[in-house]
Design a protein around this ligand. Structure first.
Ligand code: GDP
Length: 191
C-alpha cells in the first residue's frame, strides 16, 4: 500500500450499493472520534481523503477507497454516538452485519481503539459481530502519542485481555499515532 494510490470510490448505504467484489479488501471500524479518518489519511498519505470531522448524520455510510489496482480500503461508519436516534443505530447495525457476514472479498477488519481508553462496552458489539461473521480482526491502538509509556502498557494489557475472549481476534496489536506517524509503515505492511 503506497501513498498516492488511493482514490475515493463511493459511499454505500445499502448492500445493493456495494462495489462488485472483484478486489480483496480490509475494513476499519471504531468508535466515532477514535481517530479513524486521521489513520486512513496517514496510511494513504492523502490528507482529507477520509473526512476528519464526522457528524452523526454524515457517517452512516460505508466508504470505499481504492488501494492500488487490486484492493479496497473500507471505512465503516463510526459507532457509539451517545445520542444517535435508535432507528439510525439499528440501520447501521443491520448494514454492518450484512456487510461483515456477506462480503466474500473482506480479508481483515482493523478495530481502532483509543490508547487512552482501551476496549469499551461500545466496542464489544462489533467484536461479537466479527466473531460471528468469522472475520479475522486486529486491534489498532490510536493516538498513542497522547499517553505515557506506562499508561500505554496498562491499556495494552487491558486490550489483550479483552481480545482473548474473541476467537476471531488476531493476537498482535498495532500501536499507532497518526500525528507522529508511529506504526503507520507496520500497518501498511500488514495491509
Ligand atoms: P474519527 O471520528 O474516528 O474519524 O476521528 P478523527 O480522525 O476525526 O480524529 C478525532 C480527533 O482526534 C481529531 O481532533 C484528531 O485531530 C485527533 N487525532 C486523531 N489521531 C490522532 C493522533 O494520532 N494523535 C493525536 N494527538 N490526536 C489525534
Amino acid at each position: 500500500l503506497f501513498a498516492g494510490e488511493t482514490e475515493f470510490v463511493k459511499g454505500v448505504v445499502a448492500m445493493s450499493g456495494l462495489p462488485a467484489p472483484n478486489r480483496l479488501e480490509v475494513c476499519f471500524a471504531g468508535r466515532s472520534n477514535v481517530g479513524k479518518s486521521s489513520l486512513i489519511n496517514a496510511l494513504t498519505g492523502r490528507k482529507g481523503l477520509a473526512r476528519a470531522s464526522n457528524t452523526p448524520g454524515r457517517t452512516q455510510e460505508i466508504n470505499f477507497f481504492t488501494a492500488g489496482d487490486a484492493h479496497y480500503l473500507v471505512d465503516l461508519p463510526g459507532y457509539g454516538f451517545a445520542n444517535a436516534p435508535l432507528p439510525v443505530v439499528e440501520k447501521w447495525q443491520r448494514l454492518l452485519k450484512q456487510y461483515l457476514s456477506g462480503r466474500q472479498t473482506l480479508r481483515r477488519a482493523f478495530v481502532l481503539i483509543d490508547a487512552r481508553h482501551g476496549v469499551k462496552t461500545v466496542d464489544e458489539e462489533i467484536l461479537k459481530l466479527l466473531d460471528s461473521a468469522a472475520v479475522t480482526f486486529q486491534a489498532v491502538l490510536t493516538k498513542a502519542d497522547k499517553v505515557k509509556e506506562k499508561e500505554r502498557a496498562t491499556i495494552l494489557d487491558q486490550v489483550r485481555g479483552a481480545l482473548a475472549k474473541h476467537p476471531a481476534a488476531y493476537p498482535e496489536i498495532v500501536v499507532t499515532s497518526s500525528e507522529k506517524g508511529w506504526g503507520i509503515p507496520t500497518l501498511r505492511a500488514i495491509i
